[in-house]
Design a protein around this ligand. Structure first.
Ligand SMILES: *Cc1c(COP(=O)(O)O)cnc(C)c1O
Length: 364
């Protein structure tokens, strides 16, 4: 069994994707045209935000949102010690310094208490990450950040359609960065990303930053970049957005089947869903001190698994200049040794989880 398979083979979707291609090709509008405008308003409405601004990928969504909020050299930005490296790369790209905070061990997301303890006079922003598809306990976090005047940018690259007390990611923080990398819960047929926000000024600055710092041709207010979500990807995303909730429901059904069949496994820690959360299981991540042996056993039986992520950000060579040492963020280091992502995609066969559980030698 593979770890993930794309959904483009779905015959209903394939027909719509082909129609989207023909529509864009016939229009002759390929960049910053009507498909992007339509996707931006459809995605903003889906999230419950006033604005969505399409960009080239998730890393640019994070970086440009920080820049649009005025974050830069001399600032500190609080981020989880355990996340995909892009969260940290975005901070570094603005010239600011990543300040790692250990997440809640059960949900792997930042807590208000831990963030409050890390705030200094230089702190400008916080990036809570709804990792693996589990949303962040956002209200207490927003309260702490309001007290200190901090910008809150959610990294929701893994949590399209997740919800906090019924409100979707994309509407919770001051701004939210999404990636539409093909394997994400909402994936394009290439690279794409977006920022959602209900702050009109921030949205306006983002529209400039993604397009050479310009709204009117040849007038450049900011030293912007070229990071646009192109018409073809926007048209593909429009075909896929109406299918997102059903796809997330299928992920949740697979997660329930995993929980049921893996429930008795000794030494295995399963993902949890907080009472206020709708988890969308971008990844189904279990933990075990025997991780490497379990992975080898599954691989020998033809079951593909992955590790998200094997090296914590603070120990990556890319961040050597920050001067962190091994042992400084023990939870992140333990997670890097113990996490194992089991196969998970909406179209996974329903019997997949039971098969994996049987191989792991659990009650099944
Ligand atoms: C995928 C991902 C990103 C980056 O998105 P790209 O589109 O690949 O640049 C950022 N943060 C997290 C948590 C991600 O999973």
């Amino acid at each position: 069994m593979r770890f993930f398979e794309p959904d483009v083979a779905d015959p209903g979707l394939a027909g719509e994707l082909e129609a989207a291609y023909r529509r864009v090709a016939a229009s002759g509008r390929l960049i910053l045209g009507p498909e992007l405008a339509a996707f931006e308003s459809e995605f903003a409405a889906y999230c419950g935000a006033a604005h969505a601004v399409g960009v080239g990928n998730g890393l640019d969504a994070l970086t440009l949102a920080l820049r649009a909020a005025g974050v830069g050299a001399g600032d500190e930005v609080i981020a989880p010690s355990h996340t995909f490296v892009a969260t940290w790369l975005a901070i570094a790209a603005t010239g600011a310094r990543p300040v790692p905070v250990e997440p809640d061990p059960a949900t792997c997301t930042l807590t208000a208490e831990a963030v409050a303890a890390a705030v200094t006079p230089r702190t400008a922003a916080v990036i809570p990450v709804s990792l693996y598809g589990h949303p962040v306990d956002i209200d207490p976090l927003l309260a702490v950040c309001k007290r200190h005047g901090l910008f809150v940018l959610e990294d929701a690259a893994q949590s399209h359609g997740a919800a906090y007390e019924g409100r979707r990611t994309g509407s919770l923080a001051h701004a939210t960065a999404f990636s539409f990398y093909p394997t994400k819960n909402l994936g394009a047929l290439g690279d794409a990303g977006a920022v959602t926000t209900s702050d009109g000024g921030l949205a306006e600055r983002l529209r400039k930053l993604r397009n050479y710092g310009s709204i009117r041709k040849y007038e450049h207010e900011h030293a912007g970049v070229n990071s646009r979500l192109d018409e073809l990807q926007a048209a593909f995303l429009r075909a896929k957005l109406p299918r997102l909730d059903a796809a997330n429901d299928r992920r949740r059904a697979h997660a329930a089947a995993y929980a049921e069949t893996l429930g008795g496994a000794a030494g295995l820690t399963l993902p949890v869903e907080a009472s206020w959360a709708r988890h969308v299981y971008h990844l189904y991540v279990v933990r075990s001190p025997e991780r490497d042996a379990l992975q080898a056993r599954l691989e020998a039986a033809g079951v593909q698994t992955l590790i998200h992520y094997p090296t914590p950000c603070h120990l990556q060579p890319a961040f050597a200049d920050l001067g962190f040492r091994s042992g400084q963020f023990p939870l992140a280091e333990r997670l890097a040794r113990e996490v194992l992502s089991l196969p998970m995609w909406p179209g996974m066969p329903a019997e997949g989880p039971a098969k994996v559980a049987e191989l792991l030698g659990t009650k099944a």
